[in-house]
Design a binder for this molecule. Structure first.
Ligand code: NAP
Ligand code: ZN
Ligand code: ZN
Length: 351
């Protein structure tokens, strides 16, 4: 029996503190599964969304949460991929058109169909109803949009893999981070710390570029070979022309021209951070040395499953601080102050 009204935490209006509410969940369809959510990670994108940072208003009240880990509690009559009791995760999107070239290629996150990739919250689903995210006790989702979480990974530490994990795994895989490659991760937050772990396991030489040396011990423990402060101008002299690949996870404005100076000839800077302001780069910073800036968003379903399996094989997961639901607003403040080590995860039983 599907619970049609479930407890959740929502932002009632832009920038308003999150508070407990009750939200509807749809009846279980033939291809749906009901997930009893156990843990939900707090991604900086949740904060951008409820602060209205990216414009476009918003479907308030918004229940954020797209780093969802839980257990299947019921399955629809046609479900074949998951069974009751399975450990599953849901990330940034819960549906897509399933027909466009990208969907057919397993790149649902870049769906070009009319429906587009339906975000887990603050979007409108196929049924015309607003989607609501993982800061809630239950979720009903089409079985194809839920991933298997390998047995070895505790659910709490698995939750952030569904966004922070795939968002760094995907560009590291695409630009072939591995032996002989020098990779820099800018910003050691939720995304950045997963980038360090993945790049290290993939065999690259990894450098963290952080605002200060405050997180240096952590960075080295997470697998970085080197750690530099971007507040120190000497960093940009010492590391000039060094990196094959730089991944910028910073949620705020950053001097991209200075970062491009750290790339070797033909190097690429991949932007994954989603700051409020447009990026600004002088043409000369790209022309000299034939450098590229690219962007990357999360990953498709098959790649997200590959990432989870890779984590299972290599014993990887997020470094987390589990919090009660009533600490969500405080956690948001700490994320904004870059004071997170390295992902807050809500114990959904406390909602
Ligand atoms: P986070 O945990 O807050 O980490 C961001 C890190 O950026 C901070 O820990 C800090 O690292 C650095 N930083 C913050 N403010 C800064 C400033 N003013 N100047 C320089 N560095 C600063 O956030 P997150 O969850 O990792 O998300 C990071 C960004 O990626 C957000 O904008 C988010 O919306 C976006 N995002 C994008 C995708 C995608 O698919 N592309 C997916 C998820 C999130 P240090 O303390 O080391 O300096
Ligand atoms: Zn996210
Ligand atoms: Zn599509």
């Amino acid at each position: 029996m599907t619970p049609t009204a479930v407890s959740a935490y929502a932002a009632p209006a832009p920038k308003a503190p999150l508070e407990r509410i009750t939200i509807p969940r749809r009846e279980l369809g033939a291809h749906d599964i009901l997930i009893e959510i156990k843990y939900a990670g707090i991604c900086h994108s949740d904060i951008h969304a409820v602060h209205g940072d990216w414009g476009g208003g918003g479907n308030f009240p918004i229940v954020p949460g797209h780093e969802i880990a839980g257990v299947v509690a019921a399955v629809g009559t046609e479900v074949s991929r998951h069974a009751v009791g399975d450990r599953v995760g849901v990330g940034y999107f819960v549906d897509s058109c399933r027909e466009c070239a990208n969907c057919r290629a397993g790149r649902e996150h870049y769906c070009t169909g009319e429906l587009g990739a339906v975000m887990t919250y603050n979007a409108t689903g196929r049924d015309g109803e607003p989607t609501q995210g993982g800061y809630s006790t239950h979720l009903v989702v089409d079985e194809n949009y839920a991933l298997r979480i390998p047995d070895g990974i505790p659910l709490a530490a698995a939750a952030p893999l569904l966004c922070a994990g795939i968002t760094l795994y995907s560009p590291l895989a695409r630009w072939k981070a591995g032996p002989g490659k020098k990779v820099a991760i800018v910003g050691l937050g939720g995304l950045g710390h997963m980038g360090v772990k993945f790049a290290q396991v993939m065999g690259a030489e990894v450098t963290v570029l952080s605002q200060s040396l405050r997180k240096k011990d952590d960075g080295l423990r997470l697998g970085a070979d080197h750690f530099y402060a971007t507040s120190d101008p000497a960093t940009f002299e010492e590391l000039a022309g060094v990196f094959d690949l730089i991944i910028n996870t910073v949620s705020a404005d950053l001097d991209l021209a200075a970062c491009l100076g750290l790339l070797r000839t033909d190097g690429t800077l991949v932007q994954v951070g989603a700051p409020v302001n447009p990026l600004s780069v002088p043409a000369s910073a790209l022309l000299a040395g034939g450098k590229s800036i690219s962007g990357s968003a999360i990953g498709g379903l098959p790649e997200t499953q590959r990432m989870l399996d890779f984590c299972g094989e290599h014993g990887l997961a997020a470094d987390i601080e589990v919090i009660d639901a009533e600490q969500i607003n405080e956690a948001y403040e700490r994320v904004l102050a870059s004071d997170v080590r390295y992902r807050f995860v809500i114990d959904v039983a406390t909602i």
